[in-house]
Design a protein around this ligand. Structure first.
Ligand SMILES: Nc1ncnc2c1ncn2[C@@H]1O[C@H](COP(=O)(O)OP(=O)(O)OP(=O)(O)O)[C@@H](O)[C@H]1O
Length: 122
């Protein structure tokens, strides 16, 4: 097999694992499930109010930002629980700052949502 074929097959396999990981997140993580439902509602609202292309870009970016950081937060929690299943201040700190990153992304998404939708609704 040529070098280029091996490279392409490797990348495709990597995409498969990543897709499997995204499905695992959606199937097992309640926070991601809630965010996915909110994303569907916001997408429906976007179509209903016929938002502009720029607004679609911002909304899509905000949804992707929150869900991907939530995925990383879940990963950090899983690693923390695996390497140190018992209570430890440092594990608490690690989990808290990971959750803090999700909070920052979520606030950013709410601000973007308000900037897009407030002018349409009021
Ligand atoms: N092993 C631990 N040692 C110290 N504090 C912990 C530990 N596990 C959890 N905590 C504290 O409890 C908080 C919640 O942790 P947990 O792992 O339940 O996160 P969660 O956001 O509720 O998770 P989930 O995504 O499963 O709902 C952490 O942010 C941390 O403050």
């Amino acid at each position: 097999m040529s070098k280029i074929s091996k490279f392409i097959i490797g990348r495709l396999r990597g995409c498969g694992y990543a897709f499997k990981g995204a499905l695992l997140l959606l199937k097992t993580e309640p926070s991601i499930q809630v965010q996915a439902v909110i994303a569907i509602i916001m997408t429906a609202l976007g179509f209903y109010l016929n938002i502009t292309t720029t607004e679609w870009i911002l909304q899509t970016f905000a949804i992707g930002l929150v869900m991907s950081i939530e995925g990383l937060n879940t990963t950090i929690e899983a690693i923390a629980d695996f390497i140190h299943p018992d209570f430890h201040d440092k594990i608490g700190f690690i989990k808290d700052i990971a959750a803090g990153a999700v909070f920052i992304a979520a606030i950013t998404a709410v601000v973007i949502g308000c900037l897009i939708y407030v002018p349409y609704l009021f």
